[in-house]
Design a protein around this ligand. Structure first.
Ligand SMILES: [Zn+2]
Ligand SMILES: [Zn+2]
Ligand SMILES: [Zn+2]
Ligand SMILES: [Zn+2]
Length: 113
């Protein structure tokens, strides 16, 4: 380790891209405002640039949501929405009595005795 050889070398902060001399860079990075805004998803490791983004990301992709209609657990708001569309909208006529249900779930539980 010889700092004299690097003292005139300026390196950009990888977060805010401002240049710092090498000895100062580490100190800056620890307090860099841009870095504080960056958050890595603890689940998939995707880099989100703001806290708001990580909340959206977690909510859309990783949050486990229990379906209020059938009780099935679905991961991510996006999947949950498509689950509801797929399983709980439209008409599901009973093959036995012809009664029409608004979801596959209601049709299934209708058949259970
Ligand atoms: Zn910085
Ligand atoms: Zn993720
Ligand atoms: Zn459901
Ligand atoms: Zn029926």
């Amino acid at each position: 380790m010889n700092l004299y050889h690097t003292k005139d070398k300026y390196l950009p902060c990888e977060h805010c891209h401002r240049p710092f001399s090498k000895p100062r860079l580490a100190g800056h990075v620890a307090n860099c405002d841009k870095k504080k805004e960056e958050t890595v998803c603890p689940v998939c490791g995707e880099l989100c640039t703001t806290r708001g983004m990580i909340n959206n990301h977690l909510n859309n992709l990783h949050k486990v949501i229990q379906c209020e209609i059938c009780g099935q657990q679905v991961t991510g708001a996006k999947n949950y929405n498509s689950h509801k569309k797929k399983s709980h909208t439209g008409s599901w006529p009973c093959q036995v009595c012809g009664k029409v249900f608004k979801s596959e779930y209601h049709l299934r539980t209708h058949g259970i005795r």
